[in-house]
Design a protein around this ligand. Structure first.
Ligand code: SAM
Length: 188
């Protein structure tokens, strides 16, 4: 946790927040299809709170990799989970890494990305890449802080979710998270 605070202070815009709580990690990975997923991608794993849940819930033979821009966090993931591939790059290049793993599309994408810190153009391009990377019926899960819901960037992101996915469901709020957050559960 201390290291995640340090990285947030060093790179506030790129990091967008501190380590998520176990409760939020449980909620964002609470999808029945994870247990039978053949391929899962995690974007912005940070210190690996969500990564740990994916490893526990996805089948052993599932293809799972992470994409993380921050050098410190990508090393943390590589050291903690040596059997999980982590690429130090922007999530915008997700399709390049799917191809490197012999995949065209995947079943589930879990995001810890700080969407409210991104420019609107980047949000749009990245969400399009995410949609193209998912199989039909595939699921995209991402979280948002309650406090930022009224920011223009967060409103823009919400509208883009509805444009890009056939189903968008908002979960309950995890008040114990710092800051409180909820999950968007979207289906292609
Ligand atoms: C709010 S932190 C969340 C970390 C972790 N998922 C959690 O919930 O504790 C956001 C993470 O996204 C990473 N990140 C930011 N922009 C990114 C991008 N374009 N591509 C990949 N990772 C990115 C940051 O470095 C950071 O690790």
């Amino acid at each position: 946790m201390i290291e995640s605070i340090r990285q947030f202070l060093l790179h506030p815009k790129e990091t967008g927040g501190i380590e998520s709580s176990d409760e939020l990690a449980e909620l964002i990975t609470d999808i029945p299809n994870l247990a039978s997923a053949k391929s899962v991608v995690e974007l912005g794993p940070g210190t690996g709170v969500f990564t740990e849940r994916v490893i526990a819930k996805a089948p052993k033979r599932c293809r799972f990799f992470c994409i993380e821009t921050n050098g410190h966090f990508s090393r943390v993931i590589a050291e903690k989970y040596p059997y999980v591939r982590v690429y130090r790059d922007s999530a915008i290049n997700i399709r390049k890494y799917l191809a490197m793993n012999g995949l065209r599309e995947c079943d589930v994408i879990i995001s810890g990305l700080p969407w409210a810190s991104f420019e609107e153009d980047f949000q749009e391009q990245l969400l399009q890449e995410i949609r193209k990377s998912l199989k039909k019926g595939g699921e995209f899960l991402t979280f948002s802080y309650v406090q930022s819901m009224l920011l223009p960037a967060a409103k823009n992101f919400r509208a883009l979710l509805h444009e890009n996915f056939s189903e968008v469901r908002k979960t309950y709020t995890v008040w114990k998270n710092l800051p409180p957050a909820f999950v968007y559960h979207c289906r292609k």
